[in-house]
Design a protein around this ligand. Structure first.
Ligand code: NDP
Length: 246
């Protein structure tokens, strides 16, 4: 557990899955957390209610990551509400799997918009007001380094892009004392990749620890990277995959 009392955070895609666990974990460590969602209004509202009932502070903002301007507006709203953002977690992402010759160019643009463009937009909006000790974290994927299966061309491309963007931005933000890192999970049990899904037994056999990751496993690493304990890590892409495809 890491002490984030007095810190503020902004998490994209916090209504479900890994993002919701990150929101809960950062709140538990003492941070006030704003998060975005696209469609799950009910889940987002419930999460805020649950956090407030336990004495925490949270703010849900509807902002579709397909639109960079709405991501920037959401960051501005969070800054307005909290006064300052210490921690930015780019978590929202989509997985579009298809044979390469069946993707439309609209689908190509959508993966780029949500998985890459929105990440850059949020960092542009939050970065300039960040101060020494503040943190930028993006959720990439093991698929940046290994696709493993057919159909992963666009998703793998997008996650490799955020890994490289992380290195570039780590240089840009270092003079400000802000670290920029990328987390690369293996299979994690969420709606995107259910541990009971059609791919699950194949994937589980490829994981040394013999189980899917949980959203809480990933939230633990986010919590560490958000804390002062991680101060000498920047520009890194950190694998967290239970020994997947090793
Ligand atoms: P889920 O599909 O379970 O949840 C996605 C979350 O992101 C939801 O809160 C959703 O909001 C939000 N979101 C999706 N699209 C948009 C959008 N256009 N605008 C705003 N919010 C959006 O995914 P996971 O929790 O599994 O994945 C989270 C991140 O982790 C992603 O970046 C994914 O690529 C990455 N990852 C996941 C792995 C896995 O095995 N699950 C493995 C490696 C990486 P709403 O509810 O409103 O739709």
């Amino acid at each position: 557990s890491y002490n984030l009392t007095g810190k503020t955070a902004f998490v994209t895609g916090g209504s479900r899955g890994i993002g919701a666990s990150i929101v809960k974990r950062l709140v538990k460590e003492g941070a006030a957390v704003a998060f975005t969602y696209a469609n799950s209004t009910e889940k987002a509202t419930e999460l805020v209610k649950m956090i407030e009932a336990e004495g925490g502070r949270a703010l849900a903002i509807q902002a579709n990551s397909e639109n960079a301007d709405s991501v920037k507006s959401a960051v501005a709203e969070a800054i307005n509400t909290f006064g300052h953002l210490n921690i930015l977690v780019n978590n929202a992402g989509i997985l579009d799997v298809k044979p390469y010759d069946q993707f439309t160019m609209e689908e190509f643009d959508r993966t780029v918009a949500v998985n890459i463009r929105a990440v850059f937009a949020a960092i542009q909006a939050a970065g300039p007001q960040m101060q020494s000790g503040d943190r930028i974290i993006t959720i990439g994927s093991v698929n940046a380094d290994a696709s493993g299966f057919p159909g992963m061309s666009l998703y793998s491309m997008s996650k490799a892009a955020v890994a490289a963007m992380t290195r570039g931005l780590a240089r840009d933000l270092a003079p400000q004392g802000v670290t920029v890192n990328n987390i690369q999970p293996g299979p994690v049990d969420t709606d995107m990749n259910p541990a009971e899904g059609s791919m699950a037994s194949i994937l589980t056999n490829m994981i040394a620890l013999g189980r899917y990751g949980t959203a809480n496993d990933i939230a633990s690493l986010v919590s560490f990277l958000s804390s002062p304990e991680s101060g000498y890590i920047t520009g890194a892409s950190l694998d967290i995959n239970g020994g997947f495809m090793i």
